[in-house]
Ligand binder design. Structure first.
Ligand SMILES: [Fe+2]
Ligand SMILES: [Fe+2]
Length: 310
């Protein structure tokens, strides 16, 4: 049987890719991040800012995207990849599957490297400083969510978070490479990343099917009920860097807080969340998660499906 990571030595970005370089002269008129994906740019308090401040906000939004990628890959995804690779996941897997997890581990380290590399290059050229955001809050929140959701099975919760990230990241990455309003080096970097993540997506879908098969009935029910909250937790946009970026653009503290509340509070972004987690939901469906009594209702209560069908 062939697996999605079998041709890794010939296909992976870390094995065959080139370093993406930002050339400012070729990029006049382009944006650093798709403006439709920076919700606060259309907020009235931000619309009034001078063009230069608004461009800096977009550059810092890109930094947040790149830096959060670096942190999540190395501090969340690779934590789970390591468990699988070293045979510590609690799931019985053939050696090829463990080798594949080490391939994922290498890929994610490389994705973190080129994300920070690109942020650094753009910072040097645009002179928009790369802020020292450390994502401790977000990574801590994920760890708390894992510990709270399945307190008796902390390792299982970590693995589920990784499966969720790895099945929804492809949709996030596909939002950027085809947008020709965006600077080339950003699109190329995200395209490179999406190619690797397509393979990871298939690997983790297979891993989840195997995990589900090996769980006994009572744990399956607990996992089915835990998944909606874990999915939503993975899709929360970390608002602290946004608030910090708005302050750097000159907004006072209370205005920055109000903009964040208007653009990220309540059900803002719910539609996008549903679109992005579609592949993760398909994986749940094909594994049999929705066959657990009450699971569909639980997913609906978290706003991920409409209540009748996934
Ligand atoms: Fe990655
Ligand atoms: Fe990945």
């Amino acid at each position: 049987m062939t697996g999605p990571m079998d041709r890794w030595h010939d296909l992976a970005g870390v094995r065959t890719g080139v370093r993406r370089v930002f050339h400012e002269e070729a990029e006049a008129g382009r944006v650093f991040f798709p403006e439709r994906l920076v919700p606060y740019l259309s907020h009235e308090a931000v619309r009034e800012l001078p063009d230069e401040r608004r461009q800096e906000l977009t550059v810092r939004h890109l930094y947040q995207f790149l830096l959060s990628t670096a942190h999540l890959e190395t501090r969340v995804v690779n934590r789970g990849a390591e468990l699988i690779a070293n045979g510590r996941s609690g799931i019985e897997l053939p050696p090829a599957s463990r080798l594949a997890a080490f391939k994922v581990y290498c890929d994610e380290g490389y994705h973190a490297l080129y994300s920070l590399d690109l942020a650094d290059q753009i910072g040097a050229v645009t002179r928009v400083a790369v802020p020292g955001w450390d994502y401790g809050g977000f990574v801590g929140q994920l760890a708390d969510a894992a510990a709270m959701t399945l307190p008796d099975h902390p390792r299982l919760a970590v693995l589920l978070q990784v499966v969720v990230f790895e099945t929804l990241i492809t949709a996030v990455l596909h939002e950027i490479p085809n947008d020709d309003t965006v600077v080339g080096a950003v699109r190329e970097t995200v395209r490179d990343h999406a190619l690797d993540e397509g393979r990871h997506h298939r690997y983790f879908t297979g891993f989840f099917h195997e995990l589900w098969r090996q769980l006994d009935e009572p744990i399956r029910a607990r996992v089915a009920f835990a998944l909606p909250a874990l999915i939503r937790g993975c899709l929360l946009w970390d608002v602290e860097p946004v608030r910090s970026s708005l302050r750097l653009a000159g907004l006072d503290d209370s205005t920055a807080t109000a903009v964040v509340r208007d653009c990220y509070g309540g059900d803002a972004g719910d539609e996008r969340i549903r679109a992005i987690c579609r592949a993760s939901l398909r994986m749940c469906e094909s594994a049999g998660v929705f066959a657990v009594p009450g699971a569909v209702e639980q997913f609906a209560a978290h706003g991920l499906i409409d209540g009748s069908a996934p």
